[in-house]
Design a protein around this ligand. Structure first.
Ligand code: AMP
Length: 391
């Protein structure tokens, strides 16, 4: 049965939100949406997905089954995504039926590094120096212009450092091109940064914009490890980063939520590293630290509701739980040890198989200062891995 038609613009609770993608971002989005009284349908190629487990309906089909995508969209009032690498034909098929937010144009720009960086540069936004690379000759020319060390990244399907190679010296060039296997790539200058930052911003149907305070991120093995908020930056820089995010969302015409990943260079400049047209791992800290979570904010933005208050309730930190924690704990993390700590909040994604490097969950910790919050989050994560007392 197709849902009843609704008033234009505002999709009230009770409406159906469709999510393309079944991962943890979709799961936390679905939980926030259901908490606000929305119904949630998830489209995913994998049955029993983290998002599907908590949705009203899980539609299992490949993204290129456009007939199923249209059928899925007909059962919803709005479609959004939690995974930006869905084929553009998939979002276009959904858009024939209902609004897709953010729309296919935003997806088209942000799912390809070269298009994204070119868009940012053409609109005057500060971006890491880059050159397109298809061949060894291109790479040699690009290295001549940008210097070494540099980072070679595939133009498409990159996240968490996937598809990235650091080039240190001339003998690295030819093997790096071979490793691309013909995939288009981008060479980026290696940025001498002091901090990695991110801004999660949202823009509603009416154009209202809100950004969360800037998050400060630390990576391990190219994967986000710890986020802390407030970031260790002066207030004017926080305001500058949020304003940059606002201008990017406006230039892209985003309706929905988008994350801007930034480098703070040693000489104090903000450079955009990457855009993600969705909620972000660094924003998980908002689930316990902020008046509104990033997931509720995405729901509000795509449904035409007023944007939520983005103020922090407390300094906070987020520590990712990768499958490595399970390995260290011999498959049985000590949840009780972490949860015995005050103001520690556990979020697990319902994944059954813990592999090293796989994001399984995260811990949020709240404390009077950012430094104490990081210490608490790390202590909680370590407690999970302590040997169990003998039975
Ligand atoms: P990305 O997938 O582009 O977000 O890159 C993952 C991580 O690799 C970033 O968060 C940085 O820690 C590092 N990285 C990526 N690009 C650069 C760059 N041009 N210069 C220095 N570090 C980089």
């Amino acid at each position: 049965m197709p849902p009843a038609p609704l008033a234009r613009e505002v999709l009230s609770p009770g409406s159906v939100i469709g999510i393309l993608g079944g991962g943890q971002l979709g799961r936390m989005l679905a939980l926030a949406a259901r908490s606000l009284g929305y119904r949630v349908h998830v489209f995913t190629p994998e049955p029993g997905s983290p998002a599907g487990q908590v949705a009203d309906l899980e539609c299992v089909a490949p993204y290129d089954d456009l007939a199923r995508v249209r059928e899925f969209a007909r059962g919803t009032h709005v479609v959004t995504f939690e995974f930006e690498n869905v084929p553009s034909a998939t979002s276009a098929a959904a858009a024939e039926v209902v609004p897709v937010r953010p729309d296919g144009r935003v997806l088209h720009v942000t799912q390809h590094r070269l298009r994204e960086k070119t868009f940012l540069r053409e609109h005057g936004f500060p971006v890491t120096p880059f050159r397109p690379v298809d061949t060894l000759a291109d790479l040699r020319r690009a290295v001549g212009e940008l210097g070494l060390p540099a980072v070679l990244k595939t133009a498409a399907f990159g996240y968490d450092g996937k598809g990235q190679q650091v080039l240190a010296s001339d003998p690295d060039l030819a093997p790096a091109i071979d490793a691309l296997r013909g995939a288009p790539a981008v060479l980026e200058a290696m940025v001498d940064f002091t901090l990695e930052l991110s801004v999660v911003g949202a823009r509603s149907v009416s154009g209202e914009f809100r950004a969360f305070p800037v998050f400060q991120n630390a990576h391990a093995r190219h994967i986000l490890d710890v986020t802390v908020v407030p970031a260790d930056i002066p207030a004017p820089l926080d305001a500058e980063a949020r304003d940059l995010a606002r201008r990017i969302l406006e230039a892209l015409g985003v309706v929905g939520l988008l994350t801007v990943e930034l480098f703070l260079t040693r000489d104090g400049r903000l450079l955009v590293n990457e855009l993600a047209p969705r909620t972000h791992n660094s924003g998980h800290v908002t689930m316990d630290a902020s008046v509104t979570s990033q997931f509720e904010q995405q729901v509000r933005a795509i449904c035409g509701l007023p944007m939520g208050d983005t103020r922090l309730r407390s300094p906070a930190a987020m520590a990712n739980l990768l499958g490595d924690v399970w390995v260290a704990a011999h498959g049985r993390p000590r949840w009780e040890a972490a949860l015995a700590l005050p103001d520690v909040h556990l979020h697990l994604y319902g994944k059954t198989e813990a592999r090293p490097g796989r994001k399984m969950g995260h811990i949020n910790a709240l404390a009077p200062t950012a430094h104490e919050a990081v210490q608490l989050a790390l202590r909680a994560r370590k407690a999970l891995q302590c040997p169990r007392p003998p039975a």
